[in-house]
Design a binder for this molecule. Structure first.
Ligand SMILES: Cc1cc2nc3c(=O)[nH]c(=O)nc-3n(C[C@H](O)[C@H](O)[C@H](O)COP(=O)(O)OP(=O)(O)OC[C@H]3O[C@@H](n4cnc5c(N)ncnc54)[C@H](O)[C@@H]3O)c2cc1C
Length: 463
């Protein structure tokens, strides 16, 4: 059902009049295709319409109109989110940034790139790589997620363990506020402490405080080619110990990722790769240090893995073999999706507590009799237990929900978080206060109402 109100009809008429060139999708089929993100278990609302602006001025005009008519707006990137952040809200206007997909400038002298939000992460990486430069944040979805969405969620990825998350790469933003004002935060200076850091506030705000229309991102000189290995373990505890040993040895791998037995089997079943299916888990470890240092670092990582009980180590002998090993990890979620409705969770703990978190995940899945495969960014203490239920089996879905609730609490009791990188969004909203406490959430509400007093920006998300 769509909420057709006088206000929504008036908004669409107003937009048609003021922005005759704006691409505005009102056909039910088009609206349906912008309804959900990748959060399979979240029931999204049908957007009133979908606007595809091409400039900051158009976004500002849209927000002035939305404010006048008090119609909510859902900002949307590529729709790959896993917390319902860009999922439709019944009767709200979805603003998708697909057509704001221009890289504005690559500034070598200051090692920054200025980009519109609709640019796909992989395209930005490729464009700066052609200049011998490197944009670090690399979510496993980098081939299809957008920079705006990465900023909206403060996305992590495989190389955050060394280079940090999206927030660490954002120097400045141009944003449109709920009332249509356009402001700029930050700048190209490496050091800049003038006033509160609005840049940091907006990164990760999941479209609830502003719409990002341009971003200035930090670049690095391109690192050397990576050396890559997979280490297999007979128990997950041993894999967890290897992660702790690698960190404790002071190594700085650029990738330190884990997959458990269920995920290994799911990937192997899909692509017949000949992975060691007897293993309880594997670690993907990579180094991008210069010259021989990478080999030395990988050798030290192998020593740490073997010390923790690795049963087998596979070294990539070429760049294409390394790509192949990396793909094993990147395929994990899609492989799990082939088994049923896959609910990817996103808990995080301090790195030293990864072995305890792994034990808790196994315990919770067994206690609720649910299928679960775990993979993720072990080097960051951020794991993605992915629960699979048979499509349409409501009893199983209810058991998965109960397992997730117990898992969130387990992560919190280990000093961790209910979401490491996917966000509270819509799907984890009830958990924010449990983790942050009432006082902190009331500060967040005060910020929200200062910036969006009518509550029209992505309602029902985060708060
Ligand atoms: C297979 C797979 C692997 C994944 N791997 C990772 C991973 O390794 N690390 C990780 O962090 N995530 C991962 N994700 C989740 C997802 O890809 C990221 O959250 C990504 O940042 C979302 O980008 P998007 O362009 O799809 O944004 P969307 O999903 O469209 O939006 C995400 C949020 O950002 C907001 N938003 C989007 N654009 C703007 C804008 N211009 N202004 C303001 N707000 C905006 C939206 O309102 C929403 O709240 C994965 C997802 C899949 C399906």
């Amino acid at each position: 059902m769509t909420v057709e109100t006088d206000a929504s009809a008036a908004l669409l008429a107003d937009l048609g009049e003021r922005l005759p060139g704006l691409r505005l999708l009102t056909d039910p089929g088009d609206r349906q295709s912008y309804r959900s993100d990748e959060t399979a278990h979240w029931k999204a609302g049908l957007p009133l319409a979908v606007a595809l602006p091409t400039s900051t001025d158009e976004v500002a005009e849209i927000m002035r109109a939305a404010t006048r008519h008090r119609v909510p707006v859902v900002p949307r990137g590529a729709g790959s989110g896993l917390s319902g952040g860009s999922a439709g809200v019944e009767g709200a206007l979805t603003v998708a940034f697909t057509r704001m997909n221009r890289i504005v400038e690559i500034d070598r002298a200051n090692l920054v790139v200025v980009t519109q939000p609709g640019v796909i992460n992989a395209e930005l990486k490729a464009a700066v790589a052609r200049e011998g430069l490197f944009y670090a944040p690399d979510p496993a979805s980098y081939e299809f997620c957008s920079i705006g969405g990465n900023i909206g969620t403060n996305a992590g990825g495989l190389c955050c363990v060394k280079y940090g998350v999206t927030r660490d790469a954002v120097l400045a933003l141009e944003v449109v506020l709920a009332d249509g004002r356009v402001i700029r935060t930050g700048g190209r200076s490496v050091k800049d402490v003038a006033g509160y850091s609005l840049t940091h506030l907006f990164v990760g705000s999941q479209g609830t405080l502003c719409l990002v229309t341009e971003a200035t991102l930090r670049l690095r000189p391109a690192p050397p080619a990576k050396v890559t290995m997979l280490a297999f373990f007979a128990t997950l505890e041993a894999a967890g110990k290897a992660v702790a040993a690698i960190t404790a040895a002071g190594l700085t791998p650029c990738t330190l990722e884990l997959m458990d037995r269920v995920t290994i089997a799911a990937v192997d079943d899909w692509h017949n790769l000949g992975l060691d299916r007897e293993a309880a888990g594997l670690l993907l470890v990579e180094s991008d240090l210069p010259a021989g240092a990478a080999e030395t670092e990988l050798a030290a990582a192998i020593t740490a893995c073997e010390g923790a009980g690795a049963t087998q180590v596979v070294r990539a002998e070429s760049a294409s073999e390394a790509d192949w090993l990396r793909q094993v990890r990147r395929m994990a979620f899609r492989a799990m999706e082939r088994l049923g409705t896959a609910r990817m969770e996103d808990v995080g703990v301090p790195r030293s507590r990864v072995p305890e978190l792994l034990t808790e995940i196994e315990r919770v899945a067994a206690a609720h009799d649910v299928r679960c495969g775990t993979f993720g960014h072990a080097g960051d203490g951020n794991l993605h237990p992915t629960f699979v239920s048979t499509r349409g089996d409501q009893a199983e879905e209810a058991r998965v929900e109960a397992a997730c609730q117990e898992l969130y609490r387990a992560a919190l009791s280990l000093g961790g978080t209910v979401t490491g990188e996917h966000g509270i969004g819509a799907a984890r909203r009830g958990l924010l206060e449990l983790q942050r406490g009432e006082a902190a959430v009331s500060v967040m509400r005060a910020i929200k109402s200062a910036l969006d007093p009518l509550g029209i920006l992505n309602p029902g998300k985060v708060l």
